[in-house]
Design a protein around this ligand. Structure first.
Ligand SMILES: [Zn+2]
Length: 404
């Protein structure tokens, strides 16, 4: 098949995948049955897995291409997407794959994150099954990544039952085809600022502390604090990022000086966040903002700091795995990103050999007019061929001097 023919096959499959509208809260079983059908071949074995609560509506699909046996490589993509129907700004139907006029971009919900990559995997399946693979090549389609990576765990449990321990797991999340070896954790930090309420006519004369003003002071201070970001950072992952995402006045209205406010911050930091770590980092700024207000105002004022980890961070700390991924992806470097993936689930399940590289940009993911570029899909198909080549002649790669 020429590269153009291959691209048209990917495009057809991607159109079908997008059409299934697999928003996380909707069933993915139709898409999974479609994938099973595409992969029907004597050298391909598939397994479905799901947690009992999800089994009626969602499942993962694990696929082994080639022989049963140790080693091998695995490529894992989630098939759920974020919603599109309530998202303003779409100029095309988000569930109908639509090419740009010059054909260079393909628009649709999930085109970048990450149905484009899944379409490439599915399009390659039977070609790989016809090859003489010495080690297995696994594909995994997972569910509920976008709502906290809650689905993939049941597939990783299946690895244990079947004795699957791939040498390298690739997650083709949209990385613009950059090789990613680490990503930051993703945490919501909530600041609850409480002061006494007051009559608005008391406003400018000191006694009453205004919780809105106190909160905006706190936000300014944290946003400008480079040292704080360093303190929350990591030697490999760099400084943390802090972005305020929500500001909510809890009570009050006209005539009332507000007395309680909640501000939520998105924190992208190290592999994991602890209460002590947060306390140490935010303690000084909290204390200084409160002290400054107390000098000028009378009455109660307090700032409580709370947090929820939305996604753990990840570092692939095995240099040999990183070198193998560089070799297969023809990359000289591996980078760090700030968005979350299923990689920490692999690591927690005893599979730390994970890297991320996929077509599409994270900038295009989750927003209106999401697209993936034709050129990126074509380049990704080439990278996938290198994965298959590894499974045909693993010794050639494993003996490469760069692997040490
Ligand atoms: Zn994704």
């Amino acid at each position: 098949m020429s590269i153009e023919q291959e691209y048209f096959s990917v495009k057809d499959i991607l159109g079908d995948l997008i059409g299934f509208q697999t928003t996380s809260n909707r069933s993915n079983l139709e898409l999974i049955a479609y994938a099973e059908n595409l992969l029907r071949h004597p050298n391909i074995t598939t397994w479905r897995s799901a947690y009992p609560d999800d089994a009626e509506t969602h499942c993962n699909l694990l696929v082994r291409i080639g022989p049963k046996g140790p080693g091998g490589l695995l490529i894992s993509g989630h098939v759920d997407t974020v919603p599109a129907l309530d998202q303003a700004g779409w100029i095309t139907d988000p569930y109908v794959l639509t090419p740009s006029e010059d054909g260079e971009k393909l628009y649709g919900r999930g085109a970048a994150d990450m149905l484009g990559a899944v379409a490439c995997m599915l399009s390659k399946g039977k070609t790989w099954a016809d090859m003489a693979l010495a080690e297995p090549l696994y594909l995994l389609l997972s569910y509920n990544e976008e709502v906290g990576c809650t689905g993939i765990g049941s597939a990783i449990e299946t690895f244990g039952e079947l004795g699957i321990q791939p040498r390298l797991n690739l997650i083709p999340e949209p990385s613009g085809l950059e090789l990613v070896f680490a990503h930051k954790s993703c945490t919501t930090v909530k600041f609850t600022v409480t002061t006494g309420h007051g009559h608005a006519s008391e406003g400018n004369s000191p006694p009453v502390t205004n919780a809105v003003q106190l909160t905006s002071k706190l936000i300014d201070r944290i946003s400008e604090d480079g040292e704080l970001r360093k303190k929350l950072g990591h030697p490999l992952l760099g400084p943390a990022s802090t972005e305020f995402t929500r500001f909510l006045q809890l009570s009050g209205g006209a005539n009332v000086i507000p007395g309680d406010v909640e501000a939520s911050m998105d924190l992208r930091a190290t592999e994991g966040i602890t209460q002590d770590g947060l306390g140490n980092a935010f303690g000084p700024v909290r204390a200084s903002v409160l002290a400054e207000y107390r000098r000028r105002k009378i009455g109660p004022a307090d700032i409580a700091v709370d947090y929820t980890i939305r996604g753990p961070g990840f570092i692939c700390d095995d240099p040999r795995t990183i070198e193998l991924a560089k070799l297969l992806a023809h990359r000289n470097d591996a980078i760090v990103v700030a968005y979350g993936t299923e990689a920490p689930r692999f690591k927690a399940g005893g599979h730390p050999e994970v890297l991320i590289l996929g077509p599409g940009g994270i900038k295009e993911a989750h927003i209106a007019n999401e697209f993936v570029a034709r050129r990126q899909l074509i380049e990704f198909l080439g990278i996938l061929d290198n994965f298959a080549d590894f499974c045909v002649r693993p010794a050639k790669y494993l003996c490469d001097p760069r692997l040490g």
